[in-house]
Design a protein around this ligand. Structure first.
Ligand code: BTN
Length: 243
């Protein structure tokens, strides 16, 4: 991954550039990376705050030969790869909040955004966006994020070399992704359950049918979070969850 790369000092969003590149035929593993985003995108139309020279803001083009219904597995695959790398490289206790937030000490340090284009029911390409607050300092975090977001530097008490982290993440992602293509989702599911810090916790999930409260007990092969409630064990597909 990253053998083909577009680097620019400042862009609105690496997601948009990666989509354009993918439509023009960018090959698998093509990487768009920047120092600063002026219109960084989070899930559910949220803004992703991306101050200059302090984070990893990047988007990868993937072309997995899978049906559209299996694409949510890629978010979980990426969460596992990034968590494993950050733990190894920083020594921090990084955990995963389903589906795609990486936390340290209960606060967010990384978000993952998967956007796909399908043709009929097959994936044509996926843009996998990864945002990591590496050396972001508290004065660069907006006030409203203070209690929910943090950075590797704030938690680790030192700065980290972004190029080393980027290289390590791309290598791990490529390995985990190849494992996923060769052996399917089951090995990822097991790694995810190991890496997630939320199994056994009581959580509330906002589902289309309203809030559901229960214990997070595992991950289904579809990538859904399994929630044990009074009405039985329910798969949660897409929602905002509170721990
Ligand atoms: C989330 O947690 O809501 C997902 C955040 C994803 C942010 C990354 S930063 C690189 C890429 N470009 C964007 O505009 N967003 C993603």
């Amino acid at each position: 991954f990253g053998r083909r790369m577009q680097y620019q000092e400042c862009v609105p969003s690496t997601q948009l550039l990666a989509h354009e590149w993918a439509k023009e035929g960018a090959e698998e593993g093509s990487l768009v990376i920047t120092e600063e985003q002026t219109d960084g995108k989070g899930r559910m139309n949220r803004i992703w705050h991306s101050p200059p020279h302090s984070g990893i803001w990047m988007s990868l083009v993937l072309r997995p030969p899978i049906p559209v219904t299996e694409a949510p597995q890629l978010t979980l695959m990426a969460s596992v790869a990034v968590t494993r790398t950050l733990r190894r490289e920083t020594g921090l206790d990084v955990t995963i909040k389903w589906p795609n937030d990486l936390l340290v000490g209960g606060k967010k340090i990384c978000g993952i955004l998967t956007e796909l284009r399908g043709e009929q029911d097959r994936v044509q390409y996926v843009v996998l966006g990864i945002g990591i607050n590496v050396n972001v300092t508290p004065d660069f975090l907006p006030k409203e994020l203070e209690s929910i977001a943090t950075s590797l530097a704030i938690e680790g008490g030192r700065t980290f070399q972004r190029p080393l982290l980027i290289a390590a993440i791309l290598k791990e992602l490529e390995e985990v992704y190849e494992g996923y293509l060769d052996h399917g989702f089951e090995p990822i599911r097991i790694l995810w359950e190991e890496a997630a810090g939320m199994l056994g916790r009581i959580i509330t999930a906002q589902t289309p049918e309203g809030p559901r409260r229960g214990e997070a007990v595992g991950l289904a092969s579809s990538g859904a979070l399994l929630l044990k409630t009074e009405e039985g064990t329910l798969p949660v597909y897409s929602s905002d969850i509170q721990i």
